[in-house]
Each structure stands twice: as C-alpha cells, then as structure tokens.
Design a protein around this ligand. Sequence first.
Ligand code: B3K
Ligand code: ZN
Length: 873
Amino acid sequence: PQPVYLSDYQPPAYRVTHTELTFDLDPAATRVKARLQIERQASVDATTPLQLDGEQLTLHALLIDGAPLANSDYQVTEQGLRIDQVPASFTLESDVELSPQDNTALEGLYQSNGMYCTQCEAEGFRRITFYPDRPDVMSTFKVTVIGDRQREPILLANGNPVEQGELPNGRHFATWEDPHPKPCYLFALVAGDLHKVEDHFTTQSGRKVTLQIWVEEENLQKTDHAMGSLKRAMAWDEQAYGREYDLDLFMIVAVNDFNMGAMENKGLNIFNSAAVLAHPDTATDNAFQTVEGIVAHEYFHNWSGNRVTCRDWFQLSLKEGFTVFRDQCFSAETNSAPVKRIQDVSFFRTAQFAEDAGPTAHPVRPDHYIEITNFYTLTIYEKGAEIVRMLCNLVGWEAFRQGSDQYFQRFDGQAVTIEDFVDCMAEASGLDLSQFMRWYSQAGTPEIDVHGEYDYAHGEYHLTLRQRTPATPDQVDKEPLHIPIAMGLVGTKSGQDLTLTLDGEKLGRQAVIHLRDDEQTFVFTDVAEAPVPSLLRNFSAPVKLHFPYSREDLAFLLTHDSDGFNRWDAGQRLAMLALDDLIAAHRNGVEKVMDSRVVEAFRSLLANAPADKAVLAEMLTLPSEAYIAEQQPIVDVDAIHAAREFIRQSLAMALRDEFMATFEANRSDDAYAPIPEQIAQRSLKNVALAYLVSIEDEQGLALCEAQFAADHNMTDVRHALTLLVHSDRDDLASPALKSFGEKWAHDPLVMDQWFSVQVSRPQADVIDRVKYLMAHPAFSLKNPNRVRALIGAFAQNRVNFHRLDGQGYALLADVVIELNRLNPEIAARLITPLTRWQRFDETRQELMRSQLERIQREPLSSNVYEVVEKALA
Ligand code: B3K
Ligand code: ZN
C-alpha cells in the first residue's frame, strides 16, 4: 500500500453538481443506480480523464447522456473506474451490484441485525457506487430506497421525505431529497423494522423542527436521555455560536454493529446503540454523560463539519478538533465544569500523551497517511480540541465567536483548510498566529522545565521556562511553539493569589504568560511574600510541565490554589511522588512505607470537603495504573500495581472511619436521575466504598453486597459488582456475576459491561476467562462493541495483558489476525497496546515484537499493515 501526501493535493478535475441514487435493497445483491450531473472544471484540460473511486462493486451498466458505453471506453480496476473521454458537462448513469450481508468491515452499505445501514466517512461511499469519493466534491442528493414492505417498513435517507408508495411483489419505496450540497461521506441510508420516538424543537427564528430517534422496538424505553440531550444541544448551539438547524427534520438511528461512536450524516445521524441508548436500569452515570456528549458532538457537526467541511482528509481536525472543543464546552456547562475538565485532561494525559510518544505519533494535521481510517485518533480529536481551546483563550471569547461567525459565513457550503479557520481567528483578533500554526504540523508532546526563584531582597519572583519537543517518527528537529501558560503565584503566608506585575504592568491575580522561545525568563516584581507558583492552570496547553515541587508545596496548593483544576493536579502530583518511592521500594525488595503527608492531605480533604462532591471524588481518586506508567522511564507493570494497591489500602486503613462516614452521608434512595448533583453524590459514595472494599473491611463488603442486591440503578449495581469481582472474595463475586449475567442475558449492552468487569480484574485467572467468554453465546467477533468490551478491556488490564509468559500478547495477536479479515478498522485499533513495546523491559519488548512480527507475516489489510509497519520501524 502506498501513502498519500498532503503536498500532492490537487483540486478535483470534475465536480458533481447533483446526485440521484436508487437503491433496490437485497441482502446478497443490492442494486444501486446512480445518475450524476458532472461538470469539468473550467481550468482543466478537455483531455483529462474522469476518474471515479469504487471498490467491491460489480458494474452492470454505464451510460453517458443516455448512451451506453462500450467496454473499450472505460477501465475498471480494484480502486475504481476511469473514462478517458468525457464531455465538459454530462450525465453519467451507472448500475452496480453489491452484497450488504457479506460486508463485515461495516464500511459502505451493510446489515446489522437484519437492518440496512451505511457508514461512509471517510471512504465508504466508494463501496456503494462509482463516485469522486473526496470531501471537496459537494453535491445535492436525491435518493430513492426500495425495500421489502414487511422486513423494511421504514426507509430513511438524508434530508426531507418527498414521496413514498407501493411497488409490486411486496416492495415499497421512499424518496428523500437533501437540498444542502454535501460531500458523499455524509450520505446515509437506513432501512429496517424500526420504531420511533418523536419530539419537536423550535429554533430561535421560529422554524419548527421534527426530531426523531429510530430504534428497535425493545429499545423504545431508552431514548429519553438522547432526546433531551439533543434539544439541549440545539439550544446551546444557538445561544453559544448563533447556529440554527437548517432542515425540518433531524433523525437519529441506533445501530448495534458500528465501528465508532456515531456519524454526523446530514439530517440522519447514525449512532452506535451504545452511544444513544440509556436507561437507569441499564446504563451508568458515565454512559449517560457519554450519550449526552456524543449526541451533542454529532449535532454540532451540522455546522462544524457539514455546512463547512474539510477540503481533504489531512484537514480532519478542522472539523473534529473544533467539534470536540464545542462538545466539551457544552458538557462543561450542563454538568460540573471542573470535573469535566479534570476527566478530559486525565484521559488526555494518559492516552494522547502515550500516542504522541509512540511509533504512531503524528501531527494534528498529518502530512501523509496510508489508511485514513487509522487517523481518527486522540491526536486529531483531542489534541485538536486542545489547540482550538488555546486559540479561544488566546484571542478571548468575543473575538473567537466573531472569528467563528466569520468562518461559518465565509465558507458556508465549502470544503476548506485549517488555515481558513485560523485566519478567521487572526482577523477577528488582530493577533499574529503564524508561530501558533506549528501546533498543527509538529507531533510530540512539548515538555517544559520550569525553574522558579524568589528574591527576598527585591521582592521579585523569577520564573524561567525551557521548552523542548522530543523527536517523533519522521520529525527529528522541532521548532519552539507558542505556549500559553495560565498561572498565578500563591502567597505562602496569605494563602492567596498575589497580584502579578510583569514588566511594570499589573496583570491581576492570574495571568497568561506566553512562552515562544526555547527559553524565557519572566520577572514578577512587587512580590511581597514567598509564593508557590501555580502553573498551567486549567491545563492551558497540552504539554508536560515539570517543576520541582516539594511535597509541602503540593500539600499547600492542594488546599490553597484558587484554580480547581490545579488543586486536583497538586493532589495527583503528590500521590505520584509517593508512588515513585513505592515503585522503587518494590523493585528493590525493600519494605514499603506509606507517606504520611498523603494520608494527611486526604484526611483534610475528607474533613473540609469542597462544595462540589464530584470534584472531591476526583481528588480522592489515585492516578490510574496507565497514567502512572506514562510517568515511568521503563514501565514495570507489577511494581506499579503493587505500589498503587499499597497506597490505596494504606489510605483505606488510615481513613477507614472517614470513608465509612462519607459513604453513609451520600447514600440516597431518591429516584435515579442523571443530574449533576446526584452523579456527584454517587461518585463520592462509590469512591469511598472502593477504599473500604480494598481492605476487605467486613462492614464495607456487606454494604457492597447490599448495594448490589438493592438493584437501585446501574451505576451502583455495576460499581458494586466490579468491586466484588476485583476483590479476592470469589465467594461473593461468583453469585453476583451469575445473577447479573442471567438477568441481563437479553441485553447486549449490559452484557458488554458484564464482560468488561470480569476481564479487567487483577487476578491471574483472567486469561482463561477471556478465552472462555469468547465462546459465550453473547459474544461475537463481528460486533465491535463486543470486541471492545471483552478483548479491548482485557488489553487495558495492565497486570494480565502484560503477563511474563506472553499469553496476553498472543491472545491479542490471534484476535487481530482474525479481525484483519473481518473488520480491518477495528483490527488496526486493537493493536495499539502492542505498539507501545518500547516502553517495557527487554523480556516484554521481545514478546510484544514477536507478536507484531507474527501479525506482519499475514496477508494484511492496509489498515493493519500501516500500524504494524510503524510499530516495528
Ligand atoms: N465523524 C465520525 C467519524 C467516523 C469515521 C469512521 N471511520 C464520528 C465523529 O467524529 O463524529
Ligand atoms: Zn466528530
């Protein structure tokens, strides 16, 4: 497989102004008739051939302006169709055949539980018909779907319904028209035995929009939350960005087999059922929040993605980074803002930092790829969102909103680039963002070493910052970035933020300093008392910041920092220092000793609890094993696990009564609602319970069993189940697992939780359990949710996946090899943990590499090929 380069971009030679499609659905032989109005671009030579993409299609007929083409007039290859001579403007008709039932890759038109659905982003449309499958070709669409009246009573496509009727032989049809020109990756079709929930939203200009959520009948009770989320998102986009919905109908469909979370097809969003269905009995608080976030994300794409789209796939972060930033802000406003930020950053620093430090590291705007599907990454999405967040903070909300208005107005109906977006922000703010643009082209996580010194004699604080970005594949030399660092100086006497004076200018109690050079020193004057610096407040830039804080400094910031995010981060840093000692002790076979400063910090948190219980729950949560691993030069999975368990149990023993009191104070029998106050209370209660169970406290275990048995809501039930299953008390875990499995055997999304809970436990029997569960009737390798729940969750199980006998790696490789044939997109994603082999000891490196090499010897899809090549390069 050959890479595609950004520098090779050429505008399309031919554009499609209008597209008419007729689908005659059949599981094994669907016929697709296309009628395309095509025009040659004025600047293009008349001898330029027409090239259309097309894969796995059987061509039955091809006509230009009504006249059939002879076989010698065109060539069909594995990649597409080429016609050497075409008029400047013409109608191309084609008739192709394809087999949805055999489509296990879940790209293009496929079947899920008997229903037909599509996934076209990025390059799935070429598996539906011959077409210029690239985002800068935008066309209006008219689509007719013909199906069986019994099996497919509901026939959906983008836009507005214009006609429907009966046909002979028990068939019927529906015709849809989408007036907004769109790239073909936004095309969608759904047909099946679906049931709807309907609601309405009136836009700010008074347009009444019908909202429909289409699901299988048994899921009708699980749509309320998605519908509420959709209405909140629609209102938010009007109020925050002045963006109104632009059709009379907005539809969401839930599909069981789906590679990603959801897809923003114009007017017809298709969702993984896991990202839309939610009911208190079956979904956790977390799942409720995920549904809200994804519903909003896809809705927001209607402007940031659909009305204004990407010129080419290198610009993917143009729509994804911006839209993630938008959904993060929405969720922050509807839930607890500090907790949302803490959770996002915590995930980012664990997973994106790891990606940025590994062999698949790439810039937010990559300059080449083999398989674009491999680039739907944390870097494109989450780092892209961090860049947009920095932009917003740099220019200020008002200019950002002006720039955004300008962007939507100027480029409406166009396919554009990241420069177009940033230019609007530069214009609106008058700022020079040229250095800032490097964030898009430079891969790797910048590291900043900070040195601070208080000069008593002059009342000055000197802050010296040095930045460097480590080399990444294909990018050895790095330029300095423009890094905005939000900060304060917290007076050690007053415990307050001191007023900041820099270069004679009073900046207030919090300021943003701009690091642009390799090294810069900032001198703050009129600093009346010795401060502790609070740096990178609210994670103002996606960097690793090193400052030699003492444990006393961190304990001080933990209670005094005015920035909620940094208070949490001080706690994490404090725990990390203690963990480092314990990891070293474990490695050296020395007795582990608990750092009393951590105990006292936690004690004071529990005694003087912050008002936001969700924040407290986060503060009481130790860094994950994955995050701790990220901080180590060489990952020692066993030492990390042992150290974290030690600290957890030491805290539980020292603060047993406090945790018990916290648990008791936060129990509630109120009817479940996924609202912030309740979520906060549940999370705090459940954190306390986890500590109690970690030391097998008899009363704690009894409370845990009771919480499971009470069956009040899935958040509490699943948490209790997890604690029991992850404890050594199999006598309690086995009956709980059994009853849960029997009760929910009919609900695949709940069974996914049942799978995940079991394979993430630390006990050594897990590998056998994974193998056993792979044969369970509720499991299927063909369903991405099942694969993620069982195999994906197992690969996150640090101690068991990284077993020294290599069985964990071999199991993953077996699955990747099989999935490579069935679903290359999912197969390629699943390899990720193996690609991180450089981070481990030599024995594990060897074992991981040998599994990668075993995969490499297979005939590979381009997806898996690209990842394995990079991992072994
Ligand atoms: N835009 C889709 C991505 C689907 C790509 C799958 N290969 C989901 C989203 O970001 O909203
Ligand atoms: Zn998106």
